[in-house]
Structures are given as structure tokens and as C-alpha cells.
Design a binder for this molecule. Structure first.
Ligand code: TYM
Length: 336
């Protein structure tokens, strides 16, 4: 069976972009592939994290994955740091990837901002760790939102260069799976910026734990333009906020965007926002309630992560041994 690997950072509240761009697709793929879903805490610490908040967020994201519908028995759900082979393979990939490749990564440029000299080395090498996450399991498919596409291309380049440098076919070329009408959900305050955990404005995003009143308030405040909604997809050109809200509607209702635009066309934003609020609440409220229930039982969540880490490690260890063998790195069997 083909294998899926994907990950999410425990750096803040899970939001609608994470849900529509990633989690919901993971749930839909979970029975057709052999799946590993990882809470990537080693990626999170590329930017300083408050220790008590990091552990709470790791549990909350785990609760989010389960509440969204991932079955911890049918999938492997774990946090990255519990499988030390991720960091070991990342080091090998630090020696395979070229500086020129990393210099092209737009996410580093965005996250480091103007003060690039002060960014951590980990933030710069982040895509190498991500390649290690995927290739440590020889994953063939990686379901992500559109913002991760460039990192996936880098993982493919690393796999190809490693295979070429060592004359092996060890690593497959992982395929990105970028699915659905909401592969790139935009901020509610700015239709040209991605919805993100790091946006300082809470009103820019809908969190998976937001209650009905909060969702209604954020959508009411969502930026729009003065015109009514267009009745054809072509009318969305240059109307980023309208395109975003209609895209969210299409994704939440599982309908093609063109049908949604035809149906909602001509309505005022104020009316449309009420319909969208009802839809968003009907999808998110049950997930938020289940997350709260799971969060009340940290022992259960820790058990899921420990069990997942044991199963992940059993796949990872022999693959890392293969890597070291191919490279001539001596690991007497007794020490493994
Ligand atoms: P992260 O934690 O930023 O996001 C988790 C997933 O949510 C998707 N996503 C979005 N999709 C649509 N619209 C948005 N506004 C939006 N915001 C986030 C992301 O594309 C992602 O699929 N580097 C990764 C985590 C990672 C990973 C991996 C992913 C580490 N190792 C290996 C895949 C494979 C990240 O920071 O995701």
C-alpha cells in the first residue's frame, strides 16, 4: 500500500486553513493508505516556544487530529521528537541539500523577515528536517496545503540527489496531494495574505475551537468590498476577499466553487455571511466540543502519542539503518 506522511506544527490554535487545507483531507485518505500523521514539535522550536505552552499545544493539536476524525488505531499519530531518527536523518540531509536550494525558500524569507541574521539556524534548515520526516518512512504521498508545495519540491530534490550521490534507489519521489477548493485559505482581514497561526490579529482566522458566537463575530467583521457577490467565477477576478469567503463556503459544503458562486451570486455580503456562519458552525462546533472533551484527558492523548511513536519508530529504524549502510557509516548490529 502507498504510504502517507504529513505533519502539523504545535505552535498555536488550529484554524480553518489547517482544517480545510490539511486535516479534513487526512481524514478522507486515512483508510486508503498506510498513514502517519505527526505533530512536529522539533519544527516548532525553530522559533522560541514557551515550554508550558508547547506541551499544551502538542496535546491540543493531537486532540484536533482525533476530533477531526482521524482514528488513532488505523493511523499512526505521534509527536516528532519521540522518534529520534527524524533528527538523525535531518543531519544527513543537511549534508545533501545545497545552500542555494535553501536560499530560495520563500517561507524562510517570510518568517525570518528583515532580521535574517538573527533567525535560528534551525529555521533555515527547517525544510531539510521536513524532507527527513517524509523520507524516513519512504512515504509516497504527502497531503498538504498549497503553502507547503515548495518544501515538498525540495524533499524531492533531496531524495533524487541522495539516490544519485550514493548510486541507490533507496528513496521514492514523494508526491504532494494538494486537494479541494480551499488549498489556500486566506486571512479574513486581508484576501491577499494566508490565514495563519502567526497573524497577530485573532480576527484574521477562525479557530477550530471557536464557539458559534466567536465564529459569527469574526465572519461579520471579515473584510469585504462594497459590491454584491458575482454570479460567475470570472467575476471573482481581483476580488480576493469574495473569492476567499466563497472558496471557504465551497469547501465546507463540499460543492464545486462554480455551483456555489452561481447559487450565491447577487446576494449582499451581510446575508451571505449569515449563511456561511451557519455552515461553519455546523461543521466546526462538533469538532471543537470533541477537542474540549479530549483535552480533559491528557493521559489518553499522551498514550496515543506514545503508542504512535513506538509504531513509527519500528518503521523508521530499519530505513535509517539502510541509509547508514549505503553511506558506509558503521553501525555494528549489537549497537542498534
Ligand atoms: P503547518 O503547521 O503550518 O500547517 C499544517 C497544514 O495546514 C496547511 N495550512 C493551510 N492550508 C490551507 N490554507 C491555509 N491558510 C493553511 N495554513 C496551513 C499546511 O499546508 C499544512 O498542510 N512544514 C509544515 C509541517 C510539516 C510537514 C512535514 C508537512 C513538517 N514536516 C512533513 C508535511 C510533511 C507546516 O509548517 O505546516
Amino acid at each position: 500500500m502507498d504510504r502517507i506522511f504529513s505533519g502539523v506544527q504545535p505552535t498555536g490554535d488550529l484554524h480553518l486553513g489547517n482544517y480545510l487545507g490539511a486535516l479534513r483531507n487526512w481524514v478522507r485518505l486515512q483508510h486508503d493508505y498506510d498513514c502517519l500523521y505527526c505533530v512536529v514539535d522539533l519544527h516548532a522550536v525553530t522559533v522560541w516556544q514557551d515550554p508550558t505552552v508547547l506541551s499544551a499545544n502538542t496535546r491540543e493539536v493531537t486532540a484536533g487530529l482525533i476530533a477531526a476524525g482521524l482514528d488513532p488505531a488505523a493511523n499512526i499519530i505521534f509527536n516528532q521528537s519521540q522518534v529520534p531518527q527524524h533528527a538523525e536523518l535531518a543531519w544527513i540531509f543537511n549534508c545533501v541539500a545545497r545552500l542555494g536550494w535553501l536560499n530560495r525558500m520563500t517561507q524562510f524569507k517570510e518568517k525570518a523577515g528583515k532580521n535574517r541574521e538573527n533567525a535560528s539556524v534551525g529555521l533555515y534548515a527547517y525544510p531539510n528536517l521536513m524532507a527527513a520526516d517524509i523520507l524516513l518512512y519512504k512515504a509516497t504521498h504527502v497531503p498538504v496545503g498549497e503553502d507547503q508545495k515548495q518544501h515538498l519540491e525540495l524533499a524531492r530534490d533531496i531524495a533524487a540527489k541522495f539516490n544519485n550521490d550514493y548510486g541507490t534507489e533507496l528513496f521514492p519521489q514523494p508526491e504532494p496531494l494538494i486537494l479541494g477548493a480551499a488549498a489556500r485559505v486566506m486571512s479574513l482581514r486581508d484576501g491577499s495574505a494566508k490565514m495563519s497561526k502567526s497573524d497577530p490579529s485573532e480576527n484574521s482566522r477562525i479557530n477550530m475551537t471557536d464557539d458559534a458566537d466567536t465564529i459569527a463575530r469574526k465572519l461579520r467583521k471579515a473584510k469585504t468590498d462594497p459590491d454584491a457577490l458575482p454570479s460567475g467565477v470570472a467575476g471573482l477576478e481581483g476580488r480576493g476577499e469574495a473569492a476567499n469567503l466563497l472558496g471557504i463556503f465551497a469547501a465546507l459544503s463540499d460543492a464545486p466553487l462554480a455551483d456555489v458562486v452561481a447559487e450565491q451570486g447577487g446576494r449582499q455580503f451581510s446575508e451571505f455571511k449569515e449563511t456561511l456562519t451557519e455552515l461553519a458552525v455546523s461543521v466546526l462546533a462538533p469538532i471543537g466540543e470533541e477537542m474540549a472533551r479530549l483535552m480533559a484527558d491528557p493521559g489518553y492523548l499522551d498514550g496515543v502519542l506514545a503508542d504512535g511513536a513506538g509504531r513509527a519508530g519500528a518503521i523508521a529504524a530499519p530505513i535509517l539503518d539502510e541509509v547508514f549502510d549505503v553511506m558506509g557509516i558503521l553501525r555494528p548490529v549489537a549497537l542498534r
